[in-house]
Ligand binder design. Structure first.
Ligand SMILES: Cc1ncc(C[n+]2csc(CCOP(=O)(O)OP(=O)(O)O)c2C)c(N)n1
Ligand code: SF4
Length: 347
């Protein structure tokens, strides 16, 4: 990167988008959805008032994982699927840094699925952005864990037999404290979701629907095109009933206990039994139910599914270390030769 950012004063002049643009040639295909996400983040960061030298972008492997090269911040293009693990270590030793992870649906949910789940459950104070294009882009179009059943690719010429995962539900099941979803074609909405993620203390997970124009073009067309999205998406608002449609005349309610259904009503007169969103609910049951709303029967929910508080990993570790120090120094030799050891003898 062209300049030494450590030389900048922590409270220097107001930064602009340009300050976050690196001198690296962007190597994504023309028209790739990654461009819009990159531009949105470069525009958002200066408004957060965090010094540039405090940002670190960590990624794994994939087209999306080239992201750190294009940010004029610290960054680490790490190992396939392991970005959350690198980020966990970094945040624990340098809690003053704002650590962002950029991963793809292949990187984060195939090879890195295990690493992702454990970062989520530990409430590491990092932001994880999962660019979901429902395909492996970098390796030229094989199915990923989010590809739909029946998807024909070079690796699945007769159609994939695997059932896809829903990243938001994985994050909720792993007890992430902030879980959200946005689309790469609605930039004002994406900006607000990312702003909330940035301000959340604890792990913030954001799934971003991203178009891979070369190997899976139009995978999200139904929910990303302006002309369609009013009727195919549901924007979540805390404390508000689940209402959608161009005329705001449809909503979601439960029937037979726990089964969601769509109901139509006169605009401005929603029925009283519509489900009301609660992103602060102490358990994730409602968020799970909402996250399971999928096409073609329901609109696709976007926005913040869950935002709750829980102690963050590095603070818990620091507390434990402080307590252990208070208890006095330990004798390693005594520990190794303690009462719980055995001598194994041959017969
Ligand atoms: C250990 C290892 N296994 C597999 C690969 C091949 N590989 C590189 S990127 C990738 C998946 C990329 O897909 P995704 O994370 O969805 O990112 P995208 O390129 O679509 O942004 C795979 C399988 C590799 N580089 N290393
Ligand atoms: S292959 Fe797809 S995801 Fe990768 S840069 Fe090209 S359009 Fe983007």
């Amino acid at each position: 990167m062209e300049e030494d950012i450590t030389a900048l004063p922590a409270s220097g002049p107001m930064l602009s988008r340009k300050d976050f643009v690196s001198d690296q040639l962007v190597r994504w295909c023309p028209g790739c959805g990654d461009f819009a996400i990159l531009a949105t983040i470069q525009k958002l960061l200066p408004s957060l008032g965090i010094p540039r030298e405090k940002y670190v972008f960590v990624s794994g492997i994939g087209c999306s994982s080239r992201f750190p090269y294009y940010m004029n911040t610290y960054g680490f293009h790490s190992i396939h699927g392991r970005a959350p693990t690198f980020a966990t270590g970094l945040k624990c030793v340098r809690p003053d840094l704002q650590v962002w992870v950029v991963t793809g649906d292949g990187d984060g949910l195939s090879i890195g699925g295990n690493h992702l789940i454990h970062a989520l459950r530990r409430n590491v104070d990092i932001k994880i952005l999962l660019f979901n294009n429902k395909i492996y882009g970098l390796t030229k179009g094989q199915t990923s864990p989010t590809s739909e059943q029946g998807k024909k690719t070079k690796s699945t010429p007769q159609g994939s037999v695997d059932y896809p995962v829903n990243p938001v539900n994985i994050a909720l099941a792993s007890e992430a404290t902030f879980v959200a979803r946005a689309v790469d074609t609605d930039l004002p909405f994406l900006t607000e979701v990312l702003r909330r993620a940035a301000l959340h203390k604890g792990l913030a997970f954001v799934e971003i629907f991203q178009n891979c124009i070369v190997f899976n073009d139009g995978a999200w067309a139904e929910v990303s095109e302006k002309a369609l999205r009013d009727d195919t998406t549901l924007t979540l608002q805390h404390g508000k009933p689940l209402v959608f449609g161009k005329d705001k005349n449809r909503g979601i309610r439960l029937k037979n206990g726990f089964v969601p259904e769509t109901v139509e009503f006169e605009p401005g007169k929603p029925p009283r039994d519509l489900l009301v969103h609660d992103e602060k609910a102490p358990n994730a049951t409602l968020a799970h139910l909402i996250a399971h709303l999928e096409r073609p029967y329901f609109p696709v929910p976007q926005g913040v599914f869950r935002s709750v508080e829980r102690p963050v990993l590095h603070e818990l570790i620091d507390e434990q270390v402080a307590q252990a120090k208070k208890a006095g120094s330990a004798d390693l030799q005594k520990l190794l030769a303690g009462s719980e050891n055995w001598v194994v003898r041959s017969a």
